[in-house]
Structure formats: structure tokens, C-alpha cells
Design a protein around this ligand. Structure first.
Ligand SMILES: [Mg+2]
Length: 344
């Protein structure tokens, strides 16, 4: 019997692993380059977002000095891309910084995406405390109901956003026959997709700042108080499995891109060679990177680095979400991955 071949794939977190405060961590660029030299496909998976993947790829290319393509970048909202056939023709309400989040939504194929501010422009009386911005124009489907809400990035105008979301996610909306699907009736409202459940994040400010998850929890409280029914949220972002399923899909794509073979050739090679696949998830945050990789399936190995959130040198591993491997930095993490022979 032929020996099975070990195919390695790597998911790299960005902040706290490759960059710190926008600056490249020592040795990080070279470490990533070593993955390429060893023909190990890799993608970047970050809970950041709010821009198009092409913009983030450009930024990483500039900072790391290696060529990063958009398909290698998975931000918290990137899996929304897979919803594009479902909502290609629908009016989708996009929450997050304007216009970059709207542009990201349009780039995924949501042709009738509508920002919170477009919605305000088409329903001027929706928020009595303020007029819509005079430069905002209505969406391409101004009179049609919103079919799904997607939070791409941090809400920036909570009062306006909470009011509009409370309206469009109201159970009363399902009286519109076009929205009264079995799926919506079971849920009690139209779909609500959230791309990051984190409550806080770190910035240059000395204390953590609220992010998307904080908005959702505050909104959930208000929604349930007002509508007297539960709010059902579809999450993506790390540590949710959807992020790792998407990463697996992109890593296979990346393997084909770097090897230059077609999908069919790759499958043939795999079945001939008795191929075994191992996916490594490298990150600095036990609660998202390590928990996510640990629960993504038995082919996954988590690698915790000490250059970000987990920086306690006296701790051998994280107590709540222990990683398969703990390394000082990305340089050591890449060495561990290259040396891995499938023993664990
Ligand atoms: Mg991180």
C-alpha cells in the first residue's frame, strides 16, 4: 500500500500574528514567504472588515512585500459572498461604514444592496430626530421591502440603525406576501446576518472599544422588549464554523491556483496518492482563532502565538481554549507547520 501524502493548508490571522498596530511583526513577512517556498497554500482570515477583499489584499501586499490576491483574503463578512445567488435580485439592507460596505456588498453580487443612509433617503420620516443626508439617494428598489439585513462592519449611527432594523425585522413585515415564506414565518422575521459577534476590540485608545457584537446585544434587548419575540441571528466570522468552511473552500482554490492544475486533475491526484489533508489555524486570540480551529473538524490543528492577545509567557497554553501548538511568534509557528509529519 502506498504511503499517504500529507497536504498542509494554513489559515493566518492578521492582527496580533502578522501585524501589530499596523506595523509588521519581526520576521512575519519572511515566515509567510516560507509557506510559499514549501508549497503550502495559505489564506488570511481576519474578523476585521468593512472594505472589499481587493483593498485588503493590496494593503497586505504593500505591508508584507509579498503578492497577496483577493481570493486569499477572508474577512468577517466574506462568506456573505455565498449568499449572492439567493439575494442577487433582492433588496438587501447593508449595515456598516458608508460607502465601503455598500461597495463590498455590490462586489459580492448583491445588485440591489441598500445602505442605512439610502434607506433613510427613501423613507425620510423613519427617524424623526434627523433629516436624511442631502447627498444620499434612494436604493435601486426604493418601494420594495427589505428581504434580508446584513451587518458588514461596525454600525456607526446606533440610534438610526436600531430604529430602521427594528422596523425591517418586525414580524409585521411578514404580512407582505413576498416576505411570508415558510422560512421567514418559522424565524418570525426576515433573515438577519451578522459578521462578527465580538463585543469589544482594541485600538490605540487605552481601553477596549465596542464593536458589532455590542450593537447586536443592545439591539436584541430593545427588539425583544418591543416586538415581544426572540431575535434570530445568523452569525459568521471566527469562531463560527461557516468561516472555516469558507476558508477550506478558498484554500482548495488556492492550492489549484499555485499548482496551476485544474480541480479535476487535483481530485484525480488525491485519489491516486491516498492524500491526507491537515489544516492549520494560526492566531493570537484563544476565544476566536483557537476555539474556531478546534471546533472546525478533526483535520484542523490550532496554533496559538504569543504576539497578540495571548501574551502570558508564564502560561504554557490557554486554559479555556487550549491550542494543539503554542509558539512564540509566527516565525516559530511556520517552522512547526513545516516540520509537522502528522504525528498528532
Ligand atoms: Mg488577532
Amino acid at each position: 500500500m502506498a504511503l499517504s501524502r500529507l497536504s498542509k493548508f494554513v489559515v493566518l490571522d492578521i492582527d496580533g500574528v502578522l501585524l501589530k498596530g499596523g506595523t509588521v511583526i519581526d520576521g512575519a513577512a519572511r515566515a509567510v514567504q516560507r509557506l510559499s517556498e514549501n508549497k503550502i497554500p495559505y489564506v488570511f482570515v481576519t474578523n476585521g472588515g468593512g472594505v472589499k477583499e481587493s483593498k485588503k489584499a493590496e494593503d497586505l501586499t504593500k505591508k508584507l512585500g509579498i503578492n497577496v490576491v483577493p481570493s486569499q483574503v477572508i474577512m468577517s463578512h466574506t462568506p456573505f459572498m455565498n449568499l449572492n445567488t439567493k439575494y442577487a435580485n433582492s433588496k438587501v439592507l447593508v449595515v456598516g461604514g458608508y460607502p465601503s460596505c455598500l461597495e463590498a456588498a455590490q462586489s459580492y453580487g448583491f445588485m440591489h444592496a441598500c445602505s442605512i443612509h439610502c434607506y433613510h433617503a427613501e423613507t425620510p420620516k423613519v427617524f424623526p430626530l434627523r433629516n436624511a443626508h442631502p447627498d444620499q439617494s434612494p436604493s435601486s428598489k426604493p418601494t420594495e421591502p427589505v428581504e434580508a439585513v446584513m451587518i458588514f462592519h461596525d454600525p456607526v449611527d446606533w440610534g438610526l440603525e436600531m430604529q430602521i432594523l427594528c422596523d425591517v425585522l418586525s414580524p409585521a413585515q411578514l404580512q407582505d406576501p413576498s416576505l411570508a415564506t415558510e422560512e421567514n414565518k418559522a424565524r418570525g422575521h426576515i433573515p438577519f446576518y451578522v459578521s462578527n459577534a465580538d463585543i469589544v476590540y482594541t485600538t490605540e485608545y487605552p481601553h477596549p472599544r465596542f464593536t458589532q457584537g455590542a450593537f447586536v446585544e443592545a439591539f436584541r434587548h430593545l427588539y425583544e422588549l418591543y416586538h415581544q419575540q426572540p431575535l434570530v441571528v445568523d452569525y459568521c466570522g471566527k469562531p463560527y464554523p461557516v468561516q472555516y468552511e469558507f476558508a477550506t473552500q478558498q484554500l482548495r482554490e488556492e492550492a489549484r491556483r499555485v499548482s496551476g492544475s485544474t480541480a479535476e486533475e487535483n481530485i484525480a491526484a488525491d485519489s491516486n496518492g491516498g492524500n491526507r489533508e491537515v489544516f492549520f489555524g494560526v492566531g493570537d486570540n484563544p476565544k476566536s482563532d483557537i476555539r474556531g480551529a478546534n471546533s472546525a473538524g478533526q483535520q484542523w490543528r490550532s496554533v496559538l502565538v504569543r504576539t497578540g492577545i495571548f501574551s502570558d509567557v508564564s502560561a504554557a497554553n490557554d486554559a479555556t481554549d487550549p491550542a494543539h501548538f503554542v509558539c512564540d511568534d509566527i516565525v516559530a509557528a511556520v517552522q512547526t507547520i513545516i516540520d509537522y509529519k502528522g504525528e498528532e
